[in-house]
Design a protein around this ligand. Sequence first.
Ligand SMILES: O=C(O)C1=C[C@@H](OP(=O)(O)O)[C@@H](O)[C@H](O)C1
Ligand SMILES: C=C(OP(=O)(O)O)C(=O)O
Length: 429
Amino acid sequence: MSKLVLSPISRPLEGIIEVPGDKSISHRAVIFGALAEGTTKVTHFLDGEDCMRTVRAFQNMGVPIFREGDSLVIEGKGISALKEPNEPLYFGNSGTTSRLMIGLLAGLPFFTTAWGDPSLSNRPMDRVVLPLKEMGAVIDGRGQGSYLPLSIRGTKLQGIDYTLPVKSAQVKSAVLFAGLLAEGTTTVREKTQTRNHTENMLKAFRADITTDGNTTTITNKNELQATDIYVPGDISSAAFFLAAAAIVPDSRITLKNVGLNPTRTGILDVLNKMGAEIEISNQEEVGGELIGDLTVAYTALRAVEIQGDIIPRLIDEIPVIALLATQAEGTTVIRDAEELRVKETDRIAAVADVLSSFGADIEATEDGMIIKGKSQLSGSAVSAYNDHRIAMMSAVASLIADGEVTIDDDSSIAISYPGFFDDLKKVMN
Ligand SMILES: O=C(O)C1=C[C@@H](OP(=O)(O)O)[C@@H](O)[C@H](O)C1
Ligand SMILES: C=C(OP(=O)(O)O)C(=O)O
């Protein structure tokens, strides 16, 4: 636990930074590398705590995974070489590790137990357990398998045709992983498109998968082909610097090699609508994922309405978007974001609490929030709710507060952005 005291800054933010690798893509690179036959080299892998949970899970199943220079090397020996772990798998704080791994473990021929920290133990797992049970999975735990710890007796699964009841890439991915191991064909349909990194990477590893709009079909394949992966910068991490540049007067920041997959770029649409100018340069496609450099400068912001299909494209950025809204003229309304209630913490309640401590005019609603701007933020002592995104949002807010900000514990930042304060220092000099 480490308490953090931050002082407001008096100079603009300026500079160029490269944010760490994308968390979603890093998890998936480890999973597919471990399932494939051959060596997968992952460059710009995110060394955050969450992704290390996925690495350790596969090490516990006998897959050699190690660092070599800047890369992570995974020596896959194929799906059939995975071994029953001899200890319970610990997924820490990571929802992505849990949902994706449960999908996979359900179809592997051995027994596992999985557990997590107190936050993860309160997050719903029935959203993956229910479709997996329809496929024949044998899973048990509190609330009939709704919460970790879970026991998973891997078994032969049957393909299904499943329409996602929640807008969740984790659920989609869990069913696709199970589909990779199941007999027959598995189809996943989503009403609103969520991030598609699993589909992109399954194609790169030569799985038998097709996508047609929001429908994905996968057929059992025992062999995936190893391939090297470059992990783009995480737009969810870049978001904190996009916001910082937009709200600290006269700032200008460039972020290099950021992932610009359209299923993730909702925050850029929101910033544009708020009046911020974002320059995108050096765009290219690497391994099925779009990347590019982003430059953002300080501008007067105006309020926006955020709802509907854009929500999954910016779900993890809503805490920092709420901070942006406190600096925008007018009333910002965020709707359809009820998923925030079941993240690392209830992010609707946490954001409303933290930003009102800073003096913002914010009201939590059932599925979002209403923020009236523009407010002068004041120094305050806040809780990060043990949530990395709330901790970093609070740190960015401190840049424009008129007094000292104390954050009770900043250790959660290591979940997704271990070098956050080093990068912040780079643009403060
Ligand atoms: O698939 C993924 O990598 C993720 C999907 C999202 O969660 P949901 O699938 O629960 O919406 C997101 O919030 C999370 O940070 C990462
Ligand atoms: C919700 C998040 O991650 P996860 O679901 O993997 O814990 C996040 O990173 O904001």
